[in-house]
Structures are given as structure tokens and as C-alpha cells.
Ligand binder design. Structure first.
Ligand code: PEP
Ligand code: MG
Length: 900
């Protein structure tokens, strides 16, 4: 461990900097940086993430000498602030906050007002001249400290509703009720003084310990609790979802308290340097007069807007900071500009005004949804703040998904029953059944239900349920409450601050504007506008083409990427959708998907069930015109772009009639007995169909199937060519493991194609290539390439056969593998570059050793996964092919790979 474990900041100086996020956490690094920039930051120090790791490893010990280092830093802070920690006359108070490398909003702990004791209270009262404020600060300290340090960090798990914090809140409510008041602010100094005595007794009674009355005990209790909160339940859940390593640890920031709750001349707030919901270049934020930071994010009081543009449904009647404190607003707005210029990205800041003086408490890169990310990247480029390359890297490819997401159908919306309005915290539409707890949301979503999680407040403890839900709806909270931040980060539909909701979570019911709803009832949310509707409304697909910023960004991406982007599509509609999203061809048309239609399944079954070639040919004859029609539609939709069509791949038994009725029907159609059909079905059963009679093995045993398909492809090509449509058919043979297999199928394909072309008197260039999806084909790629005119990696099967995990059964054990970290990711989603990737690289090298210009692509699911796309770029593929909705994601991922 490095000798330096404590980094001081304050008074325009700092030992750390923004570059030291790994060691100081995001918050600590940025506090140091802001201090260096001369932005007013209350002095403090950061204890490194190294210390956290040590603390975790040793079961709660600190490295030797840490206490002395902390004391040295503390002395420096005291000198700058002109007051002393624990001093009865002139006491200094601290906040103790977590801060990991990556922001985990609300997932770890914070404790404020450390240093308030019976000895320092009178001093602070004398200094502030405000007794109410001091006792209010003290009651907050007791609430937070007893909850975080004395209960959670001590490993006490109270029953639902019986936590110390809730019990104290209950005491406070009792006092308000007795006094006949509604708001905390209505309790005066005397009330609060009495309340803290009640609190201390309650703490002793519930937790069997006195509330610590020594500043040092408080400080170290808080530091330990914050370190421990790294392994708290919600932090762990969040890390799992966000893929944050458990061994990073958090830093601890000990910082001088400044108070936003010192009266009407004080305030506290949070702001974004641009609108995080739309990306628009306007300063956006919320604040509360006479409050502490936790009041803004906890969503208990309705925050006010910092300026006119930030006003919302709930804050439009309240004065803004700009109106209330114009000079301070001006200073804040200038700080905004300074921070954006310096960091060259949208910042999420916390500020406090203490008795007319502005302090910045935090700055970090702000979370944003996909829509906003795209707009900010493009506009920042245009403003000259960042380069085009940076702009491309600013948007996570997965985030584009949100632009492609469905919205509530406006027609249905206009007729729908509007239940209530709230704040539009996460855009898009959400339709689902109500549940009232995060655990229920998770459990019911697992059953395949569409769930809307409805909560009173926005608690970070709900993170697993929020993840599982289609959308989130809360009665309280503002745009910057934890739930809003988290949902926005995920691009999830979310409405907060919907005040009309009256929720009784324990009875699983709620009423909203006179209407009663319970668990399981359907509601629909418009997260873009913040409207809640009764019932289940329809969706409309998104139309990113209407978004100018998206189009700009994608034009930059297309200019820079080296990879071609194709799509996996097997019908004209999907092909059309993919083209709209920018697909440059079809990389995989799975023909088996074409045989399930009601107009052809019988003919298909007949083809499989007959015993002789003549019978099979007869059935194939029926299928031929249908297939031809399919291909005509697809060729037309792709209008001149290459179309890779794969011959029949899956095991035959997938098409068989398995129930009595369809078996009878088939028997009648074919003029045989039901028994005969049953027997045949039985005989086609395979012990391991994934490794059985499928792929080219079918075409080799029944060449007439391949011949029919190729005839349909080339006839369709001739037909559209005659109509003036350009076609580039590419015939692809699946599941090839040896050169001889491919030779066999190539001959059938070429013979058929030439025959059709000759008959039609047309010359169309077509290719015959192969899937590389069996490990042996990758190993023998040099030989295979003697016959193949192109390769397309089928990484679904290649992953299956390299790992030996059945694609159909992996769902049973993969979740355990991921939970136990036996695998870093699901290899069927993100390509295993180390293992399967070797086969891919080898396949490309060996294939191109034989055929220098061999065209190589990928058509397994990985073709739409950003990390895997980067790999495909690196190993020199020509294109990736993915499902239509992932085409934009792949375009951007490919550009990022090229830029990186
Ligand atoms: C593959 O195996 O990767 C592939 C694209 O084919 P399928 O998923 O149809 O087996
Ligand atoms: Mg396959």
C-alpha cells in the first residue's frame, strides 16, 4: 500500500487532482480539482480506496499510522477554516461521505454534522445565533448516525418498518401531530431540543448503546461505516447490475460542513450543467431554501427550480433561485460555465449557500439518458468543446437503444384515462401491472410479467426491483432524486413526484384522484411527459430518423467505421426496418423461419415425413413457389444490397406434428395411418439434436432440399433482376466442419443455380460460402476456404461447441456461473475473446492464407454486442450482422472501435 493514504484539499490548493479517481474516488478527485480551480470548496481530506481495500481484507482494521495522518490533515483543515473540531467555543463540523471511482448514486452512506456533542452545541449556538438550526442539525446527526453507524454497519437487520431511522421518524411525526403541524420546519428550537432527548433515549432503548458524545468517536465511527457500506446490500446489487468490480473499494471524504439550513439566507441544491433528460444546453437544477442536501435528494420536500427553464409542473408556482438570490445565482451560473469548460462534459453539481455565501460540494460527470447523451455529444462538438472523435466516444452504444424505444401510442394516449401527472424522470413509454415492493417487482418480472414498480419514495434500496420493472412510478421525489438518476442512467421509463398517489404498500393498494388500484392492475406511463394513465395502452415504435442529433452522430460514425453493418432478417418487414436503421445488407437470412407459416407447415411436414425421394420432391415442389415469393420480397426490400441466405439449418424434428390433432391431420393429407405418422415422428427423435441431423447434414442426406432452396433463391433473383432491381445473393451453407461437406453442398448449389440462370437467360453474380460455427471448421479454415467464397462466423454455435454448453440448457447453470464469477459474462451475449476468440482469429488468418480477399463476417448474436463488435474490428472482419434494432448500436460500436 502506498504510504500516502490521506489527501488534503481546500483554500485553493489540493494534494490530489481529477486524474486520481482510482485512489480518491470520483468525488474526492473532483473536490481536489475544484479546489485547484479556485472554486469555493469547503476544506477537507480524502482517505484513499486503498485503505478501504485494506479495511475489507483485514476484517475492519486500519493501516498503521492512519490516525496520525488523518490528524495532520485535520489540523490543516482547522487552520484554513479558522475553527476546531470538538472546540466548545468555535466548533468545526464534518460531513463523511463515500465516493467510489464510478458514481453509485445513493448506494453508499453519508453522515453529516459529525462533531456535534453536548460540549460543542452551545458554541455553535453562540456562533450561529440560531438555536433551532443547531438542534435541527443535531437531530439529523442522531438519525443518520444511529441508522448508518450503529445499526447498518453493526450488521443489525431490523424487521421491515422497525429500523431505528423509521422509529425516530415516527417519534418526530408524533411530535408534529401533538403540536398539530405538518412540516418539520414548523418545529421550533424548544421542540427540537426535546426531540433530541427523545431520540437519544430511543437509540439507547433500541440499540442498547449510548449515542456517542465524543467527536473523535463520531468521526471514526462514521469513517468505518462508510467503508463498510461498500459491501452493503444495495451497493452490492448495484455493482452486480452495473458490472463494477467488488475489489475497487470506496474512498471516504471528510469535509467541513457548510449549512444550507441556517435560515432564509441559506439554501442547498443540485444542478446539471445541461438538461440531463433532453441534453439541451440549459442550466438545469433544483434547490430548497433553509435545507440540507439530503432534503433535496430524499424527495421529501418539493424542490424549487434554480431558474425559469428548470421549472416543472410541481415547481412552476414557486420562486426560482434566480429570482430569490440573483447575485448568488449568477455566481453559480458562472461556476457552471467554468466547470463545463474545464471538464468538457456535462457536470452534475451539488451546492450549498450558507448565510449568503456559495459553496460547491461536489462535481461529477452527470448521468444522462441516451437521448440526452446524443444531443450533448453533437452540440458540444459544434460548440468546439470536444472533437468529433470524442463526441463519438461520449455515447455508450447501448444507450442508442433508448432512442429506438417504443413510446405510448399517441392516439391511444389521447383517448386514455389520465390518472395523474408527475415529473418526467425517464423518457419513453412503460406499460405494466402494478406492484408495490422491489422484491415483488423482481419476483413477478421473473415470471415474465410486465411490471410497474410503484413506490412512495425513491429509495436506493429498491434498485433490484427498479431494474426488473418496465417502469418506475413514485409519489414523492424530484428530478434529481436517486430513483430518477438511476432510472435515467438505465434509460428506463420513470415518473417521480406524482403527488396524487396515495399508496398503502402494506395493503398493496393505492388511490389516485379518487380511483382505487391494486397490485396486478394495469397502468401506462408516458415518461417523456410525466403522465400516468389507467389501463394497458399500445406502443408505437420509435423513429430515430426524425432526431437530427442522432442522424448527425451516426453520420460521423459511418464516416469513421471500418466494419460493414448487416442485419439478420428473414422477412421483408425486418429487412426494411434494418435498412431504416442503416443496415448495409443481410448477413443472415435463416430460411427455417420461413417454414413455420400456416400456408406451408403442412407441405414442410409432408416433405419430412415421406419415406421416398419422389414423395419428398413432390412436397418440395409445393414449397418452391412460397420460398421464391419470400426471397423476392427480401431482395426488393434490400434493393441492391447483398443478401446472405442460409440453407436449412435446424434439426428436422422441430417441424414435426407432436400433438394428436396435427398428427391426424397429416395422416389424412398423406393417406397413411396415424400410427405410421407417430412411428415416423418417433424415429426422427434425437438424443442430442443440437449435435444431430441438422445444418449441412440435412442437405447432404437430402440434396433435393438444398436444390429447392437454391432454385427459389436464383429464380427470385432472376425475377427481380428482370424488373430492374439489383441483386447480390450469397448462398451460405450451415454447420460445415469439413471441406468435403462444403464441396458436396457447393456442387448442389452451383449446379442448380447455373441451371436456373441458363433457363432464364440471365447472368447474376452469386457467391457460395459457409458458416464457420464448428470448431473444426475454424481449425481447418485454410482447406475450407479453398471451397468457400466467404466466411460468416456463427458464434452462437461456435460458443456452444467450444465451451460444450448446450445453447438450450445453459440457462440452468450460467446464472450461477456469473454469480460465482466463474465466468465474467454470459458467453452467448458477449464473445469469449480469450477462448472462442482464438478460433475466430485463427479461422480468419487461415482462411485468408488460402484466399487473400476472403470476405469475413459474423452473424451470431455477438454481432450486436458493442464489446464483441470491437473485437470483430480488431481481428479484421469485413462486417458484423445483427438483429435490426441493434444495427445503430453496432454502427456506433464499430466507429468507436475505429477511433480507439
Ligand atoms: C450461430 O450459430 O451463430 C448462428 C448464427 O446460427 P444459428 O443461431 O441459427 O444456429
Ligand atoms: Mg448456428
Amino acid at each position: 500500500m502506498a504510504a500516502k493514504q490521506v489527501y488534503f484539499f481546500g483554500g485553493g490548493k489540493a494534494e490530489g487532482s481529477a486524474k486520481m479517481k482510482e485512489l480518491l474516488g470520483g468525488k474526492g478527485a473532483n473536490l481536489a480539482e475544484m479546489s485547484r480551480l479556485g472554486i469555493p470548496v469547503p476544506a477537507g481530506f480524502t482517505i484513499t480506496t486503498d485503505v478501504c481495500t485494506y479495511f475489507m481484507k483485514t476484517g475492519g482494521k486500519y493501516p498503521n499510522g492512519l490516525k496520525e495522518k488523518v490528524n495532520t490533515a485535520l489540523k490543516k483543515v482547522e487552520k484554513i477554516m479558522g475553527s476546531r473540531f470538538g472546540d466548545p467555543q468555535n466548533p468545526l463540523l464534518f460531513s463523511v461521505r463515500s465516493g467510489a471511482r464510478i458514481s453509485m448514486p445513493g448506494m453508499m452512506e453519508t453522515i453529516l454534522n459529525i462533531g456535534l456533542t453536548s460540549a460543542t452545541i452551545p458554541g455553535l449556538i453562540a456562533k450561529s445565533g440560531n438555536e433551532r438550526f443547531v438542534y435541527d442539525a443535531y437531530r439529523r446527526l442522531i438519525m443518520m448516525y444511529s441508522d448508518v453507524v450503529m445499526e447498518k454497519a453493526a450488521g443489525i437487520e431490523p424487521k421491515e418498518g422497525k429500523g431505528i431511522r423509521q422509529q425516530l421518524e415516527h417519534e418526530m411525526q408524533k411530535m408534529k401531530d401533538a403540536k398539530g403541524v405538518k412540516f418539520d420546519m414548523e418545529l421550533d428550537a424548544k421542540d427540537l431540543k426535546r426531540l433530541v432527548d427523545v431520540f437519544k433515549k430511543k437509540v439507547k432503548q433500541v440499540l442498547k448503546k449510548d449515542f456517542p458524545n465524543n467527536p473523535d468517536d463520531q468521526l471514526w465511527g462514521a469513517i468505518s461505516a462508510v467503508f463498510r457500506s461498500w459491501n452493503g446490500k444495495r451497493a452490492k446489487a448495484y455493482r452486480r447490475i452495473e458490472n463494477i468490480p467488488g475489489d475497487w473499494g470506496t474512498a471516504v471524504n471528510v469535509q467541513t460542513m457548510v449549512f444550507g439550513n441556517m435560515g432564509e439566507n441559506s439554501a442547498t441544491g443540485v444542478a446539471f450543467t445541461r438538461d440531463p433528460a433532453t441534453g439541451e444546453n440549459k442550466f438545469y437544477g433544483e434547490f430548497l431554501v433553509d435545507a440540507q442536501g439530503e432534503d433535496v435528494v430524499a424527495g421529501i420536500r418539493t424542490p424549487q427550480a434554480i431558474n425559469k427553464v428548470s421549472k416543472s409542473v410541481t415547481s412552476k408556482h414557486l420562486p426560482s433561485l434566480e429570482e430569490l438570490m440573483p447575485k448568488l445565482y449568477d455566481q453559480l451560473a458562472k461556476t457552471r460555465t467554468k466547470l463545463e469548460k474545464h471538464y468538457r462534459d456535462m457536470q452534475d453539481v451539488e451546492f450549498t449557500i450558507q448565510d449568503g455565501k456559495l459553496y460547491m460540494l461536489q462535481t461529477r460527470v452527470g448521468k444522462r439518458n441516451g437521448l440526452a447523451a446524443v444531443r450533448m455529444a453533437v452540440e458540444m462538438r459544434k460548440e468546439g468543446l470536444i472533437s468529433e472523435k470524442e463526441a463519438l466516444l461520449r455515447v455508450k452504444p447501448e444507450q442508442l437503444d433508448e432512442l429506438l424505444h417504443p413510446m405510448l401510442d399517441p392516439k391511444a394516449e389521447s383517448k386514455a384515462d389520465k390518472l395523474a401527472g408527475g415529473l418526467p424522470a425517464g423518457p419513453g413509454g412503460g406499460v405494466g401491472q402494478i406492484v408495490f415492493t422491489a422484491d415483488d417487482a423482481e419476483a413477478q418480472a421473473k415470471q415474465g410479467k410486465d411490471i410497474i414498480l410503484v413506490r412512495d419514495e425513491t429509495s436506493p434500496e429498491d434498485v433490484h426491483g427498479m431494474r426488473a420493472a418496465q417502469a418506475i412510478l413514485t409519489a414523492k421525489g424530484g428530478m434529481t432524486s436517486h430513483a430518477a438518476l438511476v432510472a435515467r442512467g438505465w434509460g428506463k421509463c420513470c415518473i417521480v413526484g406524482c403527488g396524487a398517489l396515495n399508496i398503502n404498500a402494506s395493503k398493496k393498494v393505492m388511490s389516485v384522484n379518487g380511483k382505487k388500484l391494486g397490485e396486478g392492475d394495469w397502468i401506462s406511463l408516458n415518461g417523456t411527459k410525466g403522465i400516468v394513465y389507467d389501463g394497458k395502452l399500445g406502443f408505437l415504435p420509435a423513429d430515430p430518423e426524425k432526431n437530427v442529433h442522432y442522424k448527425k452522430l451516426m453520420s460521423w460514425a459511418d464516416k469513421r467505421r471500418k466494419l460493414g453493418i448487416r442485419t439478420n432478417a428473414d422477412n421483408p418487414h425486418d429487412a426494411q426496418t434494418a435498412r431504416k436503421f442503416g443496415a448495409e445488407g443481410i448477413g443472415l437470412c435463416r430460411t427455417e423461419h420461413m417454414f413455420f407459416g400456416p400456408d406451408r407447415i403442412t407441405a414442410m411436414r409432408q416433405m419430412i415425413l415421406v419415406d421416398d425421394e419422389a414423395g419428398r420432391k413432390k412436397a418440395l415442389k409445393k414449397l418452391l413457389p412460397l420460398q421464391r415469393k419470400d426471397f423476392i420480397g427480401i431482395f426488393k426490400a434490400m434493393n441492391g444490397l447483398p443478401v446472405t441466405i442460409r440453407t436449412l439449418d435446424p434439426p428436422l424434428h422441430e417441424f414435426l406434428p407432436n400433438d394428436e390433432t396435427s398428427q391426424k391431420e397429416m395422416a389424412e393429407q398423406m393417406g397413411v395411418t396415424v400410427e405410421a405418422i407417430k412411428e415416423k415422428v418417433q424415429s426422427l427423435h434425437e438424443a442430442n439434436p443440437m449435435l444431430g441431423h441438422r445444418g449441412c447434414r440435412l442437405g447432404i442426406t437430402y440434396p433435393e432440399i438444398t436444390a429447392m432452396q437454391v432454385q427459389a433463391i436464383i429464380e427470385a433473383a432472376c425475377r427481380v433482376a428482370k424488373q430492374g432491381v439489383k441483386v447480390h445473393p450469397e448462398i451460405m451453407i450451415p454447420l460445415v466442419g469439413t471441406k468435403a461437406e462444403l464441396e458436396n453442398q457447393r456442387k448442389v448449389a452451383v449446379d442448380t443455380a447455373e441451371m436456373v440462370l441458363q433457363k432464364n437467360g440471365v447472368r447474376i453474380k452469386y457467391l457460395v460460402g459457409t458458416m464457420i460455427e464448428i470448431p473444426r471448421a475454424a481449425l481447418m479454415a485454410d482447406e475450407v476456404a479453398q471451397v468457400a467464397e466467404f466466411f460468416s462466423f456463427g458464434t452462437n454455435d461456435l460458443t456452444q461447441m467450444t465451451f460444450g454448453y448446450s445453447r438450450d440448457d445453459a440457462g440452468k447453470f450460467l446464472p450461477h456461473y456469473l454469480a460465482k464469477k466463474i465466468l465474467p459474462a454470459d458467453p452467448f451475449q458477449t464473445l469469449d475473446q480469450e477462448g472462442v476468440g482464438q478460433l475466430v482469429e485463427m479461422g480468419i488468418q487461415r482462411g485468408r492464407a488460402t484466399r487473400k480477399d476472403l470476405k469475413v463476417g459474423i452473424c451470431g448474436e455477438h454481432g450486436g454486442d458493442p464489446k464483441s463488435v470491437e473485437f470483430c474490428h480488431r481481428v479484421g472482419m469485413n462486417y458484423v450482422s445483427c438483429s435490426p434494432f441493434r444495427v445503430p448500436i453496432a454502427r456506433l460500436a464499430a466507429a468507436q472501435a475505429a477511433v480507439r
